[in-house]
Write a protein that binds this ligand. Sequence first.
Ligand code: AMP
Ligand code: GLY
Length: 421
Amino acid sequence: MGINVLIIGSGGREHAIAWKLSQSPKLKKLWVLPGNAGIEDYAETVDIKETDINAICKFVENNTIDLTIVGPEIPLAAGITDTLNHQGFRVVGPTKAAAQLETSKSFAKKIMHENNIPTAHSETFTDAFLAKEYIHKLESLVVIKADGLAAGKGVTVCDNSKEAEAAIEKILIKKAYGDAGTKILVEERMFGRETSAHAFTDGISVKHMPFSCDHKPVYDNNLGPNTGGMGVYSPPLWLSDEIRKDIEQNITERIIKSMAQNKTPYTGILYPGLMITKTGPRVVEFNARFGDPETEVLLPKLETDLLEIFDAIGDKRLSEIEVEWNNNASVGVILASGGYPDSYEIGKRIHGLDNIDSNVQIFMSGVKSDENNSLYTAGGRVLCLVASGSSIDEARELAYSNVNRISFEGMHYRTDIGSAS
Ligand code: AMP
Ligand code: GLY
């Protein structure tokens, strides 16, 4: 028989999902929409925009897709899951109402507050004058956040009130993030190390994934503006079992239970971003999907058939599945276009990919191929190079010795991924 699967998205995350699903004996045919040049090795790519819900639904119907996997948050925010479910199709990804955990930071704060889940204190504003007045009354440093989706860039961690004022103006007055910034959150700044938790859920049962750590600022030593993520390592050895369990039970499982009780059951992948502060773990944000580049590092560690997990989520029988992971340490390094996360040029020829060690994986995001199959840059984050080993040091060494063989004009990357593991 076999299962027909559609993945929505075009990043390294979707490349990693496609790579993993392509190994499943249960797979009949795999499509990725819109996909990218790297994904073409595993799946048929489809030229439909990930926001074109009507066209996606028609495609699902015409190709008898059994299961649709939603990679990014934008189609979730547009209600892709609701529309497909309504037509009787199975989806891995939350409904529009449940995805608000990511798409509305004020919604997430409310749920956390109701469930006693530790997070930074925050206030919401639509008026720049009142927001500025508020920060001047505070003693602590603040973080300014656009309420809606801003591709991971709507957050400014401020070192002083001048920076906070500039961020308030950028969002509320200059409308740098459009409608995503009609509301802002002024949040207490937390201090500590960050980690990403990920879990599969069918709304009832929860299967936790290994913890991983992203590096969001663009430059080494966490300097410069935030990006979508410049590299990941897993596992973080500095995270104790006790804190891990605390996060799994008192944050991830509690939020999923509460969503079910509120009649907005949450299904798919839940990814809480956390800061481990002196007073314990606190939520920085929730994401309604797999992280990118976390996925590129997590999926090579998964021993269980990913399609079996997704199929069980689709049928709401995740409790029947044993999910197993290997103990490898992994490091993923993002190679980005010159200028990213600000403006950057694309169309630069990528060299050296045929020179990579066979035990290293490349997951592509902003990459296009021409008629001769030569590869060119087509986005800010271009590719993620992932290496594994028996320790993070070993994985890091292997990763960077291969990074040095790849080049394109303007290429930049962090040289310290995993060095504080
Ligand atoms: P977010 O998009 O909410 O995950 O924020 C992006 C990044 O900004 C996080 O990964 C943190 O590094 C930082 N950040 C967000 N909120 C806070 C906070 N309240 N205190 C300190 N850093 C924060
Ligand atoms: N790695 C950050 C994110 O996916 O939001």
